[in-house]
Ligand binder design. Structure first.
Ligand SMILES: Cc1cc2nc3c(=O)[nH]c(=O)nc-3n(C[C@H](O)[C@H](O)[C@H](O)COP(=O)(O)O)c2cc1C
Length: 378
């Protein structure tokens, strides 16, 4: 009875676990290894048409925390636990014509696995919108099963690219609509978490025709300053720029974004990312309403593509379904979103004496007394 496969935006996945767009999916050999290891799908490292030149030296590092002092640092030391990844890597430095034959070969080798092409262009003029369409047409012609629009890269200088699109609801709609005009496959939009209300940008993407929203990309962040050298732990000539935080540290933050999204759009499709290493974390995203989840940091730390991570995810997912089979949970659709309605305003949470609390407002007596506190959102 148990079925670990799932259908998301019309695409059938052998399991709901994907490698996200990042170093694990930057090459043909990595993606082939990922499929051999058991990942249900991959989102390629983001492909663009503009020239890409990365910074000198390390593009990503890992921060660890010590249990006794709670120190967070990139310095390697014994007994420290993973805190987060930090990166300032740009999109793929390989051109579109490098990717096209590789996408084709990967799909030929693994027709039953899902390959989503992550793409990025500008948005400042019609030429840039045309670039999105060029990328979309080329990737789908090469065999990509879907497209993920990168509205989320946090370290772009260009004001019309990456998270700068994801911070502008007008651009979110216009770009999504332009891609939808050219697309014959489902279109997902990956939004930046760095906005006041992600529901606004998601709504704009849906109005543009998006088939799903993907969240979260990394959160804007800086590495720490080394107290000995007084330099940032990653720097080039002493200088640093804002980069992206991923891994365990962002899990609760990304979950909060996802809860906002799935509550606002309960009938839409969402792919969850942020701090996933095993089924316990993936489950939070599923119970909030996600139809797939994606992994980056944990896979980078496990032989670059996460063979042990996906083995554990697949095994724990099957065990979870077996454990809950008696409740009628045979596949993801049977329990997806079943804890979404547990996220409520403060005023809806029980307190020792409910009559003491008036949603933060002064208690008004007499005829002017307002509606009950539980009806308000403070
Ligand atoms: C080194 C590095 C490079 C990344 N490159 C991309 C990229 O090209 N496109 C993209 O959409 N996200 C990119 N990401 C973001 C990841 O896909 C993912 O959204 C983020 O790391 C959060 O997931 P995690 O907590 O599992 O790491 C990158 C992340 C890292 C660490």
């Amino acid at each position: 009875m148990i079925d670990v496969s799932t259908t998301f935006t019309g695409i059938t996945f052998p399991n709901p676990f994907l490698l996200s767009s990042a170093p694990p999916t930057e090459s043909e050999s990595n993606i082939l290894r990922a499929f051999e290891a058991g990942w249900g799908g991959v989102v390629t490292k983001t492909i663009g048409l503009h020239p890409v030149v990365n910074v000198y030296g390390a593009k990503a590092k890992f921060m660890r925390t010590s249990p006794d002092t709670a120190t967070v640092s990139m310095k390697k030391r014994p007994d420290a636990a993973l805190h987060s990844s930090w990166n300032w890597e740009l999109i793929s430095d390989k051109p579109l014509d490098w990717w096209e034959p590789r996408i084709r070969r990967i799909k030929d080798a693994f027709p039953g696995r899902v390959l989503i092409a992550s793409i990025m262009a500008g948005s400042g003029n019609d030429k840039e919108l045309g670039h999105w369409q060029t990328l979309a047409k080329a990737c789908q012609a090469a065999g990509a099963d879907g497209l993920e629009l990168n509205f989320s890269c946090p370290h772009m200088d260009r004001k019309d690219m990456g998270s700068n699109i994801g911070k502008d609801q007008g651009l979110c709609s216009v770009v999504t609509e332009a891609v939808k005009e050219a697309a014959t496959v489902p279109v997902w939009c990956k939004l930046t978490p760095a906005t006041a209300d992600i529901v606004v940008e998601a709504g704009a993407c849906f109005r543009g025709g998006a088939d799903a929203i993907v969240s979260s990309n990394t959160f804007p962040s800086l590495p720490l300053i080394d107290p000995e050298t007084l330099d940032f732990e990653i720097n080039v000539d002493g200088l640093v720029s804002s980069g992206g935080l991923g891994g365990p540290a962002i899990l609760p933050l990304a979950l909060a974004k996802m809860a906002q999204l799935t509550t606002a759009f309960p009938d839409k499709s969402f792919s969850g990312i942020g701090g996933i290493t095993d089924m316990s974390q993936a489950l939070s995203y599923f119970l909030l309403g996600c139809g797939t989840v994606q992994v980056c940091t944990a896979a980078m730390l496990d032989h670059a593509i996460g063979p042990n991570v996906i083995k554990r995810l697949n095994q724990e997912y099957r065990e979870f379904l077996e454990k809950h089979e008696s409740r009628g949970w045979n596949s993801l659709e049977d329990f997806r979103g079943s804890r979404r309605d547990r996220v409520v305003p403060q005023s809806a949470i029980r307190r020792p004496n409910p009559s003491d609390y008036n949603a933060g407002y002064d208690v008004v007596e007499g005829y002017a007394a307002p509606e009950p506190a539980s009806a308000r959102t403070a």
